[in-house]
Every structure is written in structure tokens, then in C-alpha cells.
Write a protein that binds this ligand. Structure first.
Ligand code: MRU
Length: 368
């Protein structure tokens, strides 16, 4: 099934809706990000195979959105099983199997495991019948998405204070609306600053190997009327040397307890360039991206992508079959290169250990 995805009225400025329930609630409609910017299409996911494939192949991607998709996906599948007449024990067994399978779909983005653990914990109680259990999961998934939307807005408001009128930002990969349930993380301050009348220009690294910067960030920003220029990753050094940007904003897939940051491959190189040229390098991410169980970046598992994405990623043969391919999807930027980490609670400054732990503790407090 495919249909042009409509802009979401809840996202200001009008930004694409990345995910929604299918009309009967037993499937998901995702904006298929592998088709952008050529084509703006929704895709219906109705099975665990569909959901796993969509996450692995980056039809949906970006750490927060991966977690939201998995949570909504399990809830949609549970609704279907409950409507088909599954008993509570059958339903619980299926939910556990779906959660186990989806948890492994992408190893670096901790939001995936975070969202699925939260979903699991939400049903550690009794329910009158299987449909009630399934509806409870759907409500929890909606909460995860709505909270992400609020966290994005808060991150944007905190980080917009770092921007002056006329500033030039460089970003890497896509940590925008397309990667979240809201206005993004790294791109959120750009939207907020623009709303308050500031003019901000953006350089978007093309981002290897799947071009999330040129295909997605440049598309998303240009749809929102923001001045964006694409540069290949290897050109960032030349830009810093000749016409340096004012600030670097990137997202993250997992932040270790000490502030080391896993993000899309190439982020570390950008951080080294920024340090050399004395340009502030900021990481913007919700507390759901902080993993206190990873003490440092070396504890973070790094996903490696298929060599085919380098050898013939977009059709043409771009490396000989005989050549080996090195393709980690993420790298680690040491905390020492990070001027600040912006969460929904504010701008954290180094050393990070205490303030990140406090932010996670505040986020975990039961809601009133
Ligand atoms: O492989 P991707 O496209 O899922 O990688 C995305 C990133 O690296 C983002 O910067 C990160 O997930 C943060 S998204 C708010």
C-alpha cells in the first residue's frame, strides 16, 4: 500500500508525519524514508516481519523513531491477535517473542530497547481480558510517542538559546522530524529559532553510506523553508578551513554514562574538526538515548552495515567485488570533544557523569 504522506498538523512548522496507526489500529503506516526525496510514500506494516524489515532496512530510522515504531508495532500486532481470539497466555507469549525479535533489529540505538522494556513493564499487571491488555499497550506506545514529541520541543527550546540571528549550523545524518515523533533533536533548535524570527543557515553533511543528510535532512529542512546546503562528508574539513560554521549540532543513538556519544559514522571526524577549529560541538538527545549501563563509549555495541551498501548502494557498482568493505554505521565521539549535551532538562556541561544521571533519574520519576 502506498499513499503520499501528509504533513502533520501537530508538528510546527508543518513537518511530515513519520508514523501513525492504520485505520483499524492493527497495523502501522510509516513514511518510507528509503524512498525520499524522490518519492513521498506511506507503507503499511501488518506483521512482525514487516516491522523488523522496516527497521533493519532504514525505512524508519533515527533512534527515537526506531523505539516508537517498535512500541507501536508490538501494540498493533497485539491488537490483531486479541481480535483474533487469542487467550491472555497466548497473547503474552507472542508479545514476549515480538519484543525479543525487534530488540535485536538495530543494536546501537538504545531507544529501541528502552521503548520495548517500557512496554513490557507496562503489562506487569492483570487485565480483564486480552483486548484490554492490547489497548493498554497501544496507550503506552502513544505515550512514548507523545513524550518524545514534548522532549524534542524542550530540546529545541534549550538549544535555540545557543543560536544568534544569522548563525550557520553544520549537522550530520538526520536528527530531525524524520528521526523522531516530534520536531527532531539536532534540527529542533533550528525550527524554534526560525519561529522566533532568527535566520539560520544549515550545512547538511551528505552522510555515508546511506546519505541520510542529503536525502533526508536537506529534504526536511527545505520543506520547512530553511536555507540548507549539502556537502559530502569529506568536504567538511575544507568548509571549516575556509568558511567555518558557527556551531555543530548532532543527534545521538546512545550516550554513555560519562558523556561519550555514539552517533552516525562520521560524527567523530566532525567533532575532531570542530575541536581543531575551536567551533562548539553540541549533542542533542532525549534522556531515552542515555544508557547509564554503558559506562563509556567502549561499552556501546556498534552496528556494521552490509558491504553491499558501499559496493552498489544506489544501483551502480561503486567498489569491486574483490575489495573488502569496512562499514560501521556509528562511531564514538569522546565526551572531551563535546561542548554540551542538550536533553529535555537543559544544557549539560562537562563533566557529564553526575548531570546525565540526574537527568535520567528525573525522567524516570513517575508522572503525576
Ligand atoms: O542509521 P540511522 O539513520 O538510524 O542513524 C541516525 C542517527 O545517527 C541520528 O543522528 C540519531 O539516531 C539521532 S536521531 C534524533
Amino acid at each position: 500500500m502506498s499513499r503520499r504522506a501528509a504533513p502533520s498538523p501537530e508538528r510546527s512548522p508543518p513537518l511530515p508525519e513519520t508514523i501513525r496507526w492504520s485505520p483499524d489500529g492493527t497495523g502501522l503506516l510509516i513514511l518510507d524514508q528509503t524512498r525520499l526525496p524522490e518519492s513521498n510514500e506511506e507503507r503499511l506494516l501488518t506483521t512482525v516481519d514487516d516491522i523488523e524489515e522496516a527497521i533493519r532496512s532504514l525505512r524508519v530510522r533515527g533512534a527515537p523513531l526506531i523505539g516508537i515504531t517498535a512500541a507501536m508495532g508490538v501494540a498493533a500486532l497485539a491488537r490483531r491477535r486479541a481480535r483474533e481470539g487469542a487467550s491472555e497466555s497466548e497473547l503474552r507469549a507472542s508479545i514476549a517473542a515480538w519484543i525479543e525479535r525487534l530488540s535485536e533489529a538495530r543494536p546501537t540505538a538504545v531507544n529501541l530497547i528502552w521503548a520495548l522494556r517500557r512496554l513490557s513493564a507496562s503489562i506487569e499487571t492483570t487485565f480483564p481480558d486480552p483486548p484490554a491488555l492490547a489497548e493498554h499497550l497501544a496507550a503506552e506506545a502513544d505515550d512514548i510517542r507523545d513524550e518524545d514529541r514534548r522532549m524534542c520541543r524542550a530540546i529545541g527550546e534549550h538549544a535555540a538559546t545557543l543560536l544568534a540571528d544569522g548563525d550557520v549550523v553544520i549537522t550530520h545524518c538526520n536528527a530531525g522530524a524524520l528521526a523522531t515523533g516530534g520536531i527532531g533533536t539536532a534540527l529542533a533548535p533550528i525550527y524554534v529559532a526560525t519561529e522566533t524570527g532568527k535566520t539560520v543557515r544549515v550545512y547538511a553533511d551528505e552522510t555515508r553510506p546511506l546519505l541520510q543528510g542529503s536525502r533526508l535532512t536537506a529534504w526536511e529542512l527545505s520543506q520547512a523553508g530553511i536555507d540548507v546546503t549539502v556537502l559530502a562528508d569529506s568536504m567538511a574539513g575544507s568548509l571549516f578551513a575556509s568558511d567555518p560554521p558557527d556551531i555543530v549540532f548532532v543527534g545521538s543513538d546512545r550516550i554513555a554514562a560519562n558523556g561519550d556519544v555514539a552517533n552516525k559514522i562520521g560524527t567523530y571526524g566532525l567533532a575532531v574538526l570542530a575541536a581543531h577549529h575551536e567551533i562548539p560541538f553540541y549533542v542533542l538527545a532525549p534522556t531515552s538515548t542515555i544508557d547509564l549501563d554503558s559506562s563509556t563509549g567502549s561499552d556501546i555495541p556498534i552496528e556494521h552495515r552490509s558491504p553491499e551498501e558501499i559496493r552498489r548502494g544506489f544501483g551502480s557498482v561503486t567498489a569491486p567485488e574483490a575489495a573488502g568493505v569496512y562499514s560501521p554505521a556509528f562511531d564514538i565521539t569522546p565526551a572531551a570533544l563535546v561542548a554540551g549535551i542538550v536533553t529535555e532538562w537543559g544544557i549539560h556541561r562537562p563533566p557529564y557523569t553526575e548531570s546525565l544521571a540526574t537527568a535520567v533519574g528525573r525522567a524516570r520519576r513517575p508522572r503525576a
